[in-house]
Design a protein around this ligand. Structure first.
Ligand code: ATP
Length: 230
């Protein structure tokens, strides 16, 4: 569904990504892991059109989308949940969710409230006053309101307690099953490789490994570099 071939991107003359190829299929959860500064956020920005693609091709449902605007790419079904959630902190949870439904005529909140029941009692609460975990749930729920084909989540676990990360991660398979594929960038490699089916390792702007998440989780190189265990 998402097919990235030999992508190059960066900031002005500073190239950050070289020759990046990756795929995400419908109903799939794919993790993107790698050290700080490897270019993970940059890759999500290039895929959602925030920064230009300098080389290679990005296809969604077989159609090239590189060179298109952020709005156009979003309209075609790519949602980006950015690092740090970026909710409208002064608006209520309901208002944040409704803003996520810009692409739809029916603005039914029920499916996302079933997915994240914690939000149900907080619809009239100002989003910025919720806990970090609730804010992340709200950010993901807002992204889902547009019924995207692909949701890209940057640093889901940022600043959250492990239990909360686990609680949110457990919702991802339901999201994927309902038709929104997920590309998740994650520092918490253990959590990411546990929930994902496949994963890519990005180092210094290059994809250095990829495969089934379970085999990467068992790989001694990954265990040493990202989990601190042999
Ligand atoms: P982290 O997990 O630390 O966020 P990352 O893998 O997401 O790391 P990026 O944030 O994509 O990495 O950064 C990749 C490189 O691009 C870094 O060297 C960073 O300094 C550089 N970079 C990021 N944003 C910009 C920008 N707006 N202008 C110039 N360089 C940038």
């Amino acid at each position: 569904m998402l097919d990235v071939e030999n992508l190059a991107a960066g900031y002005g003359r500073v190239q950050v990504l070289w020759d990046v190829s990756l795929q995400v299929q419908r109903h799939e959860i794919v993790a993107l892991i790698g050290p700080n500064g490897a270019g993970k956020t940059t890759l999500l920005r290039a895929l959602s059109g925030i920064i230009p693609v300098a080389g290679g091709t990005v296809r969604l449902h077989g159609k090239p989308i590189n060179g298109r605007s952020v709005e156009d790419i979003a309209y075609r079904g790519v949602t980006h949940v950015p690092e740090g959630r970026r909710l409208f902190a002064g608006l209520t949870v309901r208002e944040n969710l409704l803003l996520g439904a810009w692409r739809r005529r029916d603005k039914n909140l029920e499916p996302v409230l079933e997915l994240f029941p914690n939000l149900r009692g907080r619809l009239n609460q100002v989003a910025g006053s919720m806990s970090g975990g609730e804010q992340q749930m709200c950010a993901i729920a807002r992204g889902l309101m547009s019924q995207p084909a692909l949701m890209m989540i940057d640093e889901l676990s940022l600043g959250l307690a492990p239990k909360v990360v686990e609680e949110i991660m457990q919702r991802l398979p339901d999201i994927a099953a309902s038709g929104t594929a997920i590309l998740v960038v994650e520092q918490d490699v253990d959590a990411a490789l546990t929930v994902a089916e496949r994963a890519y390792v990005l180092e210094n702007g290059h994809i250095t490994m990829d495969g089934q998440a379970a085999s990467l989780l068992a790989d001694p190189k990954i265990r040493m570099a990202y989990l601190g265990v042999a």
